[in-house]
Structure formats: C-alpha cells, structure tokens
Ligand binder design. Structure first.
Ligand SMILES: [Zn+2]
Length: 205
C-alpha cells in the first residue's frame, strides 16, 4: 500500500495492529475518522487513552473497575456468598448479559494449561482460596470453558478447598465440549447457570 502522507500511513499501521483488522479495514477506519469533525476524533482518542491509563482491576475479584472495588462487588443486592469463577473478563460480560446470575465473580486471568506454560501460580487461584476462607463463601460456581484445561483447573481448585465448608458447583453442559463460553448464545448460557451441577458429577477422576 502506497501513501502520500506518513501521518495517514502511521495511523493505518496502528489500526492494523488490532486483532482481526487487516490493512484494508485499517485504511477504511482511518479514512472514516478523517471525514469526522476533529472534535469527535479527539473524543475518540481521549476515551481510549483514558481507558488504558485509568482502568483498575478489582482488589477482590480481579474484574475491571473504575475504583479499587468493582461495581458488582460493591452492589449490596448481589449475593456475596456465591462466587462464580471465570477465566477472563469477557466471560463476566457474557454471564452478566444473561441477567441470570445474582452472585459475584472471581476472574482467574487464564486457565491452567501446562502446554502453554500456564501454571496455578500465574493465575489468581491463591487470592481465591484466601478469599473463600475470609469471606465464608457458601458456594463456588465454576463457569469455565468445557475442555481439558477447564476441568484441570476445577480439579486443582477443588483439591485445594477439600477442607473448606464450601459447596462447589459448575455450570451444566448446555455448551458443547471444546466450545467457547463467550460464543454461546444467551439462552444456552442462562440455562447452564440455572441447571448447575455439583462438581463430583461433572469432573470424573
Ligand atoms: Zn469485584
């Protein structure tokens, strides 16, 4: 691609760094911005910059937050004794969209996957164990992707909690094994939460 302006070229190459955006799409987006009022483009740029600079992670559940505690943890209407364990922030957003879950979350920040070099120590598992002991959690609901890594992670955490008086459940497998939680439709995900099962009936070892 040949450009007569390096300013344009730089902008295109920045957009092309985003996932799923090729050079052609990047050019279309940049040309769109070029047609906008400079004030609108300024708001666009500042919003991205502000998000990156000021976003925080909840001290309790590791979800994204505007303050030290996220709005879900701070909501007195949410059942604080029911913790839903998820892999990442996208899963929190997917479950919140179902409007079927009234508890709080714990974002692991990944999943145990030895082949990818991800062990328990890279995840927020230790803070989760401490949290359960301190908060007198009644139920831990696992909403992890139904695959080997998900099962391994559940098994590991369950072992660590053997002596804790906490009920451990997992979302029902309305979602295909090997499927991705974030791509499930809202109905399937909602039903999976309503029909959750005890972990003993789910992970066979
Ligand atoms: Zn939180």
């Amino acid at each position: 691609m040949e450009f007569s302006s390096s300013l344009l070229e730089n902008a295109v190459s920045e957009f092309a760094k985003l996932p799923g955006i090729g050079k052609k799409t990047a050019l279309r987006l940049v040309l769109h911005l070029l047609k906008q009022d400079p004030g609108n483009v300024e708001t666009f740029g500042e919003t991205i910059l502000k998000m990156r600079r000021e976003i925080k992670f909840c001290e309790r559940c590791f979800n994204v937050a505007d303050a030290a505690t996220c709005s879900i943890c701070a909501n007195p209407l949410r059942k604080q004794e029911l913790i839903c364990v998820v892999e990442n922030i996208r899963d929190v957003i997917a479950i919140e969209s179902t409007q079927q879950f009234s508890g709080v979350y714990h974002v692991l920040g990944g999943i145990i996957s030895p082949l990818d070099g991800v062990g328990p120590e890279q995840l927020t598992i230790e803070p989760l164990i401490q949290r359960i002991q301190q908060e007198k959690t009644e139920e831990l609901l696992f909403a992890l992707n139904p695959n080997i890594q998900g099962d391994t992670t559940i098994y590991y955490i369950q072992k660590k909690l053997q002596s804790a008086p906490v009920k451990i459940t997992t979302i029902a497998r309305g979602i295909a094994f090997g499927g991705e939680l974030e791509y499930a439709d809202e109905m399937t995900l909602a039903r999976s939460i309503t029909n959750r099962l005890p972990v003993e009936r789910y992970v066979q070892h």
